[in-house]
Write a protein that binds this ligand. Structure first.
Ligand SMILES: Cc1ncc(COP(=O)(O)O)c(C=O)c1O
Length: 458
């Protein structure tokens, strides 16, 4: 494939999505909850993944969370009906118009957005739009923890003002719920946010705005590594290396956020917690079992007792094991360190940017004996900073020019989120790899429609 389509090459596995969506749905069943699973489209631009999800029946049918005009167009074109699309994030007027025109739920990011949407509905005589209000800046009176500042959403302290606007626009906007998305792995922060949203829904209903859904966003995470002990050992050795107590493990002593200040370790490790045994659906399960900080009952029970629908917007977690990036080895340079130059750059597989340390798999061009080798992986940009790994990577086979390296489990954010055409280097082509009639088939991502098996069976 790389001979025909070049390097880098992105491979997505659309059929792997169904099991991930089903695993989330199983958590709903366990907690006897209703609501929709919206795939956060931003995590991957693939058409194949979106179309496959549109065809997948995870309970009542997974939906799409779209955060731009083009993502909304893409979701509509992939086969999602408006009832299965949620528009999130700050929006342009055009995005709001198409959302309102097509009848998707608008998850409003600010008070002004509610006004702008109501004005568009009036000016274009559109049907009443279902809206949610995204809240942020939660605090729990009895609890010390306050959620960190966010540039998104309506501060929860301004809930009353949001409800005033909704009352004012009641013939144009129909409130269906409130939401949050927190960029953290911390369960405690999320528990406060979820309980605050339940309180906000109580307040909506007191104000005669009957809203019955809470959307808790994404951020359920992925477990990227199999061995927790290895991960612990690696991070403590990294700290020792930063302190100069062992040979360096990284390019120019890079500390991933840690630094040596006069023999004392300072800073914080800016890495994704790559070993996360409680991630994805299990993280949701854990959150629902967590007692609400004030009411002290499990959050899942509170949702069930109040008959509130739970919506989620997983991006990364739904894409667990749904794709990989292939890159060709261009050059292997020996010296104090072995440097392996690849035909892709750090934006094509943005593991470093996202702080995820996963070693690639070597696919040798011809079979040869194992030869464990420590290497730095360099990108194809004429730029000092273009390092695919800023740490030394141990490979079981010494790479040679012409070999491929496979960066596995990279469908969520690492594959195309940051890709650019710097230096006129091509952006990776994307192919969909799928099972068909007991065999594997592949096609260009944009050519993929989830009809192949049924067509063959006919
Ligand atoms: C509003 C919203 N929902 C969902 C997500 C998806 O998050 P994740 O991919 O971590 O699940 C994001 C990510 O930025 C987001 O901003």
């Amino acid at each position: 494939m790389t001979n025909a389509l070049g390097s880098p090459l992105n491979v997505v596995l659309p059929q792997a999505l169904a099991a991930n969506a089903e695993a989330f749905r199983a958590v709903y069943r366990r907690h006897r909850l209703r609501g929709r699973i919206y795939f956060a489209h931003k995590a991957n631009r693939s058409a194949a993944l979106l179309r496959e999800l549109a065809a997948t029946d995870a309970g009542s049918g997974a939906g799409a969370d779209v955060a731009s005009l083009a993502e909304l167009q893409h979701a509509l074109g992939a086969g999602f009906g408006p009832g299965r699309i949620m528009a999130t994030g700050p929006k342009t007027r055009e995005f709001l118009w198409l959302a309102a025109r097509s009848g998707v739920i608008v998850n409003a990011d600010s008070l002004d957005e509610l006004d702008e949407l109501a004005a568009l509905v009036a000016a274009h005589r559109l049907p009443r739009v279902r809206v949610m209000v995204r809240l942020s800046g939660f605090a729990s009176p009895g609890v010390q923890l306050v959620s960190r500042r966010s540039r998104f959403g309506v501060p929860s302290a301004l809930l009353a003002a949001a409800l005033d606007r909704l009352e004012k626009h009641t013939d144009r906007l129909e409130l269906v719920g409130v939401s949050y998305h927190l960029d953290t792995v911390g369960l405690a922060e999320k528990a406060i946010a979820l309980e605050s949203c339940l309180a906000a829904l109580d307040e909506c209903r007191r104000r005669d705005l009957p809203a019955w859904s809470v959307d808790i966003g994404g951020g359920f995470g992925v477990n990227y590594l199999a061995d927790g002990e290895q991960w612990e050992r690696y991070t403590s050795e990294l700290a020792q290396a930063v302190l100069g107590r062992r040979p360096p493990m990284t390019w120019n002593g890079h500390g991933y956020g840690l630094r040596n200040q006069g023999g004392t370790l300072r800073g914080t490790l800016g890495l994704y917690p790559a070993y996360r045994p409680v991630a994805g659906p299990s993280y949701l399960d854990r959150l629902l079992a967590t007692p609400a900080p004030e009411r002290r009952r499990p959050l899942g029970t509170l949702l069930l007792d109040s008959m509130i629908d739970l919506d989620v917007e997983p991006g990364r977690a739904l894409l667990d094991q749904c794709g990989l990036v292939l890159a060709r080895v261009l050059e292997v340079r020996d010296g104090p360190d072995t440097l392996v130059r690849l035909d892709l750059n750090a934006r094509d597989v943005s593991l470093e940017e996202h702080g995820v340390l996963m070693d690639p798999v070597v696919i040798p061009r011809e079979e040869r004996a194992a030869e464990p080798t420590e290497v730095y992986l360099l990108g194809n940009l004429c730029l000092e900073s273009d390092l695919i790994t800023r740490r030394r990577v141990s490979l079981p086979v010494r790479p040679r020019p012409g070999d491929l390296l496979a960066f596995v489990n990279t469908a969520g954010y690492f594959m195309d989120f940051s890709a650019t055409r710097a230096l006129h280097q091509p952006i990776a082509r994307k192919v969909a790899l799928f099972r068909t009639g007991g065999d594997w088939g592949w096609c260009l991502d944009e050519q993929y429609w989830p009809v192949h098996e049924r067509a063959e069976a006919a």
